[in-house]
Design a protein around this ligand. Structure first.
Ligand code: UDP
Length: 504
């Protein structure tokens, strides 16, 4: 037994999707840095391979004491294509199959917990998992350990997601606007804003069946860790705690600590250079191109556009977005991918953009089109970046707000719609341009919204002030040091580690 194991052991079970493995790895690293506990991250073979390759690209010290454990899984036993262990490359109708198949991991997880218990003469302190693995709450309890649910989203979005799936409140009314259990009357939700999986869900479909069962089970866990910051979502945390009636620790944001430091102003160029070596390996795009482009424009003048790691927009939306961007005259960096209906990882064809647009915007230095993947956090950290047109994935939001960049929202799936709603209604740092891949947008509307958000006065100026305040809270929250100096997220991690939830 190594020294950390003698202090106690935490088992972590991420859902099988790359977007979930990364926040779990980040949490494992924080637990190792801030607590004396050993950590075992358990997942299936191909997901472990992905984790190993991610870990090999970073500082080995950060990962000392994190043990990886393989959970056996055979995708074809569950009607999935061979070697399919995460949501990558799955068609939408196959994802519920992957979700249901995760229940088969219960037996190997039991085995892991029992082995740790025998080896260390006591059960692990807890199993940290997420809402889609609600089945593990019962496994943990039976084996004498605690179960903690980790939500990789914000408090408001998490509550909206849970409550909408559990209660399906839009079904009891024909009205466009309706209230949602757990939210005050003033926070009404709109049918048209709901993700189509919820909007169209029947109680018998595979999505509802899976989520309703797993969410209910998760509500019986011993506490929740939330990847957000107490001060930026006071309403969300208040509502989530009242709804769950469990301890909720705000331990975010999910942004690398060096990007949250209050440093004396450094030139945009040197900021980029400090990250370049590390990032260049992982990114297939020219960082220098983004750097040169941003350096050639003034402070807060460039719009950055990206729809996360898995989304794209429809062909007609792509045309209108391109026309709107060009006519706004604002400089932009756009992460382009083939539109809906085409292989998202395939080559980008010029015919998907208005004729001659790429040459015009590149020639005039108005725009930089980056294929598939860009160094997002570096772009957001650059002083020239003035706004972010985003699908409102939680990581993108946290990265943007932590760098003081207001958001133009275009939510697509999962809890993104509720993230956008919270940022518009509660934080005042976002304007929603449109929602989903079926919506009709016009170039004039794109132009109008971009101009409004990027103006120094009026609405744009107001958003900038608010986002700077949010940025300040996020940076404060992660401050380490003596007890008086610690920020709220660091204190919350202490409370989690030292509190009654982890005493067996
Ligand atoms: N990302 C990036 N470059 C891109 C697109 C995405 O670095 O071109 C990163 C982004 O910084 C974020 C993550 O991918 O950390 C996307 O996570 P998010 O929760 O926003 O959305 P998801 O991809 O899960 O829908």
């Amino acid at each position: 037994m190594d020294d950390s194991q003698s202090h106690g052991h935490i088992v972590m079970l991420p859902f099988m999707a790359h977007g979930h493995l990364i926040p779990f790895l980040a949490l494992a690293r924080r637990i190792r840095r801030l607590t004396p506990f050993a950590v075992t991250l358990a997942t299936t073979r191909l997901n472990l391979r992905y984790l190993r390759s991610t870990m090999s690209q970073s500082d080995a010290d950060a990962d000392s004491g994190i043990r990886l454990y393989e959970l056996p899984f055979c995708s074809s036993d569950h009607g999935l294509p061979p070697d399919t262990e995460n949501t990558e490359n799955l068609l939408p109708h196959q994802i519920p199959l992957l979700c249901h198949s995760s229940v088969s991991l219960a037996a190997p997880v039991e085995c892991l917990i029992s082995n740790i218990t025998t080896e260390e003469d006591r059960p692990p302190l807890c199993v940290i998992t997420e809402v889609s693995f609600g089945w593990s709450v019962d496994v943990a309890r039976r084996l004498g350990t605690k179960s903690i649910t980790f939500t990789t989203c914000g408090a408001y979005g998490t509550l909206a997601y849970i409550s909408l799936w559990l209660h399906l409140p839009h079904r009891s009314t024909d009205a466009e606007e309706f209230s949602v259990p757990g939210f005050p009357e003033r926070c009404r939700f709109q049918r048209s804003q709901l993700h189509r999986f919820i909007r169209e869900a029947e109680p018998t479909d595979e999505w509802s069946k899976f989520f309703q069962v797993q969410l209910k089970l998760s509500l019986a866990s011993d506490g929740w860790l939330c990847n957000s910051v107490e001060e930026i979502e006071p309403l969300g945390f208040d509502l989530l705690r009242k709804y769950l009636r469990l301890p909720v620790w705000a331990i975010g944001p999910p942004v690398p600590p060096h990007m949250l430091q209050k440093s004396s102003p450094i030139s945009p160029k040197s900021k980029f250079e400090s990250l370049q070596k590390h990032a260049a390996k992982a990114l297939g795009v020219s960082l220098e191109k983004c750097q040169d482009f941003l350096n050639s424009h003034g402070p807060n003048s460039v719009l950055y556009i990206s729809f996360g790691s898995q989304n794209t927009i429809s062909p007609s939306q792509m045309m209108q977005l391109a026309l709107g961007l060009e006519s706004s005259g604002k400089p932009f960096i756009w992460v382009i991918r083939p539109p809906l209906g085409f292989d998202i990882k395939g080559e980008f064809r010029p015919e998907w953009l208005p004729p001659g647009l790429e040459e015009r915007v590149t020639g005039s230095k108005q725009g930089l089109l980056v294929q598939n993947w860009a160094p997002q956090l570096d772009i957001l950290a650059h002083d020239s970046t003035g706004a972010f047109l985003s699908h409102c994935g939680w990581n993108s939001i946290m990265e943007s707000l932590s760098q003081g960049v207001p958001i133009v929202g275009w939510p697509m799936a999962a809890e993104q719609v509720y993230n956008a709603k919270m940022m518009v209604d509660e934080m005042g740092v976002c304007v929603e341009l449109t929602c989903g891949v079926e919506s009709r947008i016009e170039a004039e509307e794109v132009k109008r919204v971009i101009e409004m958000v990027m103006e120094e006065e009026g609405k744009g100026g107001e958003m900038k002030k608010r986002v700077n305040a949010v940025m300040g809270h996020m940076r404060e929250a992660m401050k380490e040091g003596s007890d008086n100096e610690k920020g709220s997220s660091v204190k919350a991690m202490d409370d989690f580690a030292n509190g009654p939830s982890l005493s067996i």
